[in-house]
Design a binder for this molecule. Structure first.
Ligand code: ADP
Length: 247
């Protein structure tokens, strides 16, 4: 088994001639927590969308776990274990916390999902759903409508629904965005826990979170890789400092 789980070569995405991601070559080590950082508009979200196949690259290749996934569809790469967390919009607010995870499990096991299927059918997923909620610290919240969860807990639910997909590699998009200090600490601890035995690629603005979590960091700016390395190396890089200060 190769040390590298995900590798891109010359990954490029142009929108009407505008280069949002240009010639990005990434190598992500199996089992690592890898941070993707950069100022607004740097191309982080576009990269995520390319890696999970929500966007097709204009040029370049993506290898995941020894396979070329460049031409695959999002559902195909998700089945291979490369799964992104969805933003809160993917949490169904009128369903309870438990029902949200059940639906995610049902999607994973059965393909499409259907709210109107009988409860009996959905209940077969209960034990697994409760275990996942335990993993993300949501025991006790099972019967609360997801829409009533405090913000930080919603992000934890989002991670539980991602875990339901049985990812080998998780892509987390700003898991601590808009959180209080206390929630940030909780999510950092949670990411550390869920990263055990997995690879995590993390887009994150909070550099303290990045320094505490990431083994390796890639800095993007204007669609290009500006620097790569561990936090200490990257944080000392004058080009990175300039990009962050906007000089
Ligand atoms: P980040 O996530 O780092 O803030 P994005 O990947 O969202 O950056 O955006 C990178 C650049 O590409 C931005 O200048 C953005 O305006 C542009 N962009 C992103 N998506 C599209 C699109 N669908 N059409 C045109 N331009 C886009």
């Amino acid at each position: 088994m190769s040390d590298t789980i995900l590798e891109t070569e010359g990954l490029t995405k142009e929108f009407m001639g505008f280069v949002a991601v240009g010639d990005v070559s990434l190598k992500i080590r199996r089992g690592s927590i890898h941070g993707l950082i950069g100022p607004n508009g740097a191309g982080k979200t576009t990269c995520f969308n390319l890696l999970t196949k929500f966007l097709q690259p204009t040029r370049g290749r993506i290898q995941y776990d020894g396979r070329d996934i460049t031409g695959m569809k999002p559902a195909e790469v998700a089945r291979l274990g490369l799964v992104r967390s969805f933003q809160i919009s993917a949490v169904f607010p009128h369903l309870t916390v438990l029902e949200n995870v059940r639906v995610a499990l049902q999607r994973q096991r059965g393909g499409s999902f259907d709210f109107w299927r009988s409860d009996t059918l959905l209940r077969q997923y209960d034990d697994r759903a409760r275990a996942l909620l335990g993993d993300v610290g949501l025991t006790g919240y099972e019967s609360l409508p997801a829409g009533e969860l405090p913000y930080g807990r919603k992000r934890a639910l989002e991670i539980a629904t991602t875990l339901a997909m049985e990812p080998q590699m998780m892509l987390l998009d700003e898991p601590t965005a808009g959180m209080t200090h206390e929630d940030v600490d909780r999510i950092v601890a949670l990411v550390k826990r869920v990263a055990v035995g997995r690879t995590v690629l993390l887009v994150e603005h909070n550099l303290k979170v990045v320094s505490g979590l990431c083994d390796r960091i890639t800095v993007l700016t204007r669609g290009r890789v500006l620097a790569e390395g561990d936090y200490q190396t990257v944080a000392r890089n004058p080009d990175v400092i300039a990009a962050y200060l906007g000089t």
